[in-house]
Write a protein that binds this ligand. Structure first.
Ligand code: NAD
Length: 218
């Protein structure tokens, strides 16, 4: 239910955490307002769907201004009770997965509640208090723990198959560390993280900045 007692559709309720995290990230970058078109481009959700979803919260974007980011965050935080933890699962406890599991996401109100593996020597172990299960336990645990977000750190050849299984289990957002371009239904949001692209872009900007300094001196 929203503030005026209107029933919020399940599909909308599932997208709200995705909006929340996105807007929270924008706010931390100092962004004060945003249009539904910009949200749409970043999250790959149709702008009309975004406007309808946000109207359930009583948030109406102003024409030519868009949405006030802080105002939306406030609404979403209240609605999602963000003081409570968001449960996350991690798939693939290799080099990268092990580093991620040891990272403290708690300050962002997110908690890795379980990890999944195919390597029998890792299944049944715990890292940083997080239990590692076999893949056949995935669906049951995701449903029981009410998990909507998964972090994907498996080898490329396993990425799409595991993602299909995550989607079938009800996952709505995937933080994808693999280089695979994942195919998912429209309502599932993928965020792709590639450190080599970030590094390449840093080097590019450094070179450009240096070139700028040289130009001025000449
Ligand atoms: N985005 C980045 O910046 C970045 C950086 C490093 C690695 N990566 C990517 O992250 C992924 C993991 O890299 P890594 O170095 O940790 O590899 P890794 O080989 O050390 O770890 C992969 C783990 O996944 C497990 N696994 C294999 N198939 C699985 C399945 N179907 N389900 C669950 N677990 C499975 C393996 O047993 C292993 O423990 C790779 O796709 C790699 O390309 C991305």
């Amino acid at each position: 239910m929203n503030k005026v007692g209107q029933q919020i559709p399940k599909v909308t309720a599932r997208r709200l955490p995705v909006y929340y995290r996105y807007l929270d990230r924008l706010a931390s970058l100092g962004v004060r307002r945003i249009s539904s078109a910009e949200i749409s481009r970043s999250l790959n959700i149709d702008p009309a769907t975004i406007r309808r979803d946000l109207s359930y919260l009583g948030a109406l974007g102003k024409k030519g201004y868009g949405y006030d980011v802080q105002y939306l965050i406030q609404f979403l935080r209240e609605f999602l009770k963000q003081d409570e933890m968001t449960h996350v699962v991690l798939i693939g406890v290799g080099n990268l997965g092990t580093a991620l599991i040891q990272y403290d996401f708690l300050k962002n109100n997110a908690l890795i509640v379980a990890a999944f593996e195919t390597d029998p020597t890792k299944i049944g172990q715990e890292i940083n208090g997080v239990p590692i299960y076999s893949l056949d336990r995935m669906e049951g645990i995701i449903k029981k723990e009410d998990v909507l977000v998964a972090v994907l750190a498996v080898p490329v050849h396993a990425a799409q198959g595991v993602t299909n299984q995550l989607v079938r289990s009800g996952i709505k957002g995937v933080l994808n560390f693999t280089p695979t371009r994942l195919q998912v239904p429209e309502e599932v949001v993928i965020h792709h993280i590639d450190l080599s692209i970030e590094l390449q872009s840093l080097i590019y900007f450094m070179k450009n900045t240096n070139a700028g300094i040289v130009d001025e001196d000449e």
